[in-house]
Design a binder for this molecule. Structure first.
Ligand code: NAD
Length: 337
C-alpha cells in the first residue's frame, strides 16, 4: 500500500489520473492537493470523493506552509506533480502567474518532498519545453530545451529544478514529457474541446493562422498508464518522453471532429495566429517503450470518437464553465494547446 500526493488532481489530466489509479489500485491512498483555479473542478473526482482512501486538500503548491502541512498529515510515498497553469494563451496574457505556479510551485513541492522524504517524485512535464521542429525530426530526451512561450519556459524552469534536486540532493525525481493530451474533463479552452463544444452549438470554430501547426496527440488514459509505468519502474534522474505517434495538423483535427459530429466545414473560421506559435511538435517515445514496456492503447480515431461522445453526454459539465462561450468576458483563447 502506498500513499500518493497528486497535485492538480482536480484538473484535466490530474483528475483522470486519480480515477485511473483508484480503479486499478484500490489499496492505495490518494491525497489530492489542488488550488481549485478556474481549471480545477471538484465534479471531475465526484465519483471517488466518498472513498475512505481518497481525500482532497485545497491549497496552492507555491504556499510553503500549506504544502508542509499536507506532508505532515500523513506519510507520503509518491508525489505525482500535475499542478500548473497550463494554457499557452493565458501565459501570454499573464506570464508572472505561470512563473509563480509552475516554477516556484514546483520548487516548493520539491523542497517539502525532500524534507519529508519520498520514494518517488514524478515531475509531469510537456514536449513544449523542447521548442519547435521543422517538417522533419522528433524530440528525444536529449534534445536541448528551447521553450518559446511563457508557459513552456515556466515548465522548463520546473524541469531544471526537478533535475537539480536529483543531482544535488539525490532525490528520486523522474521527469515525463508528454505530447498533447485529449479526452474527458478537458477544459473547453484547449483545442479539441473548443472544436467540439463550438461545433455542437453550430458556432464558428476558430483555427489559428493557416491551421497547419502540427501536434502529436495522446489519449489521456494512455498518459496515465505511462505515468503508472514510470512510478513503478522509472529510473530516478531520468527523463521519459511520452507520445501517441499521432501527428496531425490542427486543421486535420478540426475537420475530423466536424465530420464525426456531422457538422459542415464552413463552421471553420481562420483567426490571427498566436504570437510565437510553435510550428510542429513530434516526439520519440522509444525510450519508455523499450525500457518500461509502455505502449499507447488507444488510436487517435478511437480516442476522438470517445471524446466527442463524452462531450455530447456531458453538456452540463462544460456548458457552465467560463470560456465555453465565444463572447464571454473570460474568453482568452482560440483553442490552442
Ligand atoms: P489543467 O489546467 O486542466 O489543470 C491544472 C490543475 O492544477 C487544476 O486543477 C488547477 O486548479 C491546479 N493548479 C493550478 N495552479 C495551481 C497551484 N498554484 N497550486 C495548486 N494547484 C494548482 O492542466 P492539465 O492539462 O491537466 O495539465 C496537467 C499537467 O500536465 C501540467 O503540469 C501540464 O503542464 C502537463 N501536461 C499537459 C499536457 C496537455 O496536453 N494538457 C501535455 C503534457 C503535459
Amino acid at each position: 500500500m502506498s500513499t500518493l500526493l497528486v497535485t492538480g488532481g482536480m484538473g484535466f489530466i490530474g483528475s483522470n489520473f486519480v480515477l485511473y489509479w483508484l480503479e486499478r489500485h484500490p489499496e492505495d491512498r490518494i491525497m489530492n492537493y489542488d488550488a481549485l483555479t478556474y481549471a480545477g473542478n471538484p465534479e471531475n473526482t465526484a465519483s471517488v470523493s466518498g472513498l475512505p482512501q481518497y481525500r482532497f486538500i485545497r491549497g496552492d503548491v507555491a504556499d510553503r506552509m500549506k504544502v508542509n502541512e499536507a506532508f505532515q498529515e500523513e506519510k507520503i510515498d509518491i508525489v505525482v506533480h500535475f499542478a500548473a497553469e497550463s494554457h499557452v494563451d493565458r501565459s501570454i496574457a499573464d506570464p508572472q502567474s505561470f512563473v509563480r505556479a509552475n516554477v516556484l510551485g514546483t520548487q516548493t513541492l520539491l523542497e517539502a518532498a525532500r524534507t519529508h522524504g519520498v520514494s518517488k517524485f514524478i515531475q509531469v512535464s510537456t514536449d513544449e519545453v523542447y521548442g519547435t521542429l521543422g517538417s522533419a525530426g522528433l524530440f528525444t530526451e536529449t534534445t536541448p530545451l528551447a521553450p518559446n512561450s511563457p508557459y513552456s519556459a515556466s515548465k522548463a524552469g520546473a524541469d531544471f529544478l526537478a533535475r537539480a534536486y536529483y543531482e544535488t540532493f539525490g532525490m528520486p525525481v523522474v521527469i515525463t514529457r508528454c505530447s498533447n493530451n485529449y479526452g474527458p474533463y478537458q477544459y473547453p479552452e484547449k483545442l479539441i474541446p473548443t472544436i467540439i463544444t463550438r461545433a455542437l452549438r453550430d458556432e464558428p470554430v476558430p483555427v489559428y493562422g493557416d491551421g497547419l501547426n502540427v501536434r502529436d496527440w495522446l489519449y489521456v488514459q494512455d498518459h496515465c498508464s505511462a505515468i503508472e509505468r514510470v512510478i513503478r519502474q522509472g529510473r530516478p534522474g531520468q527523463v521519459y518522453n511520452v507520445g501517441g505517434g499521432s501527428e496531425r495538423t490542427n486543421l486535420q483535427i478540426a475537420r475530423h471532429i466536424l465530420a464525426e459530429l456531422g457538422k459542415p466545414d464552413r463552421l471553420l473560421q481562420f483567426v490571427a495566429d498566436r504570437p510565437g506559435h510553435d510550428r510542429r511538435y513530434a516526439i520519440d517515445s522509444g525510450k519508455i517503450q523499450r525500457e518500461l514496456g509502455w505502449r499507447p492503447q488507444c488510436t487517435l480515431d478511437q480516442g476522438l470518437k470517445r471524446t466527442v461522445e463524452w462531450y455530447l453526454h456531458h453538456e452540463a459539465w462544460w456548458s457552465k464553465l467560463p470560456g465555453s462561450r465565444p463572447n464571454s468576458a473570460s474568453q482568452r483563447t482560440n483553442g490552442g494547446d
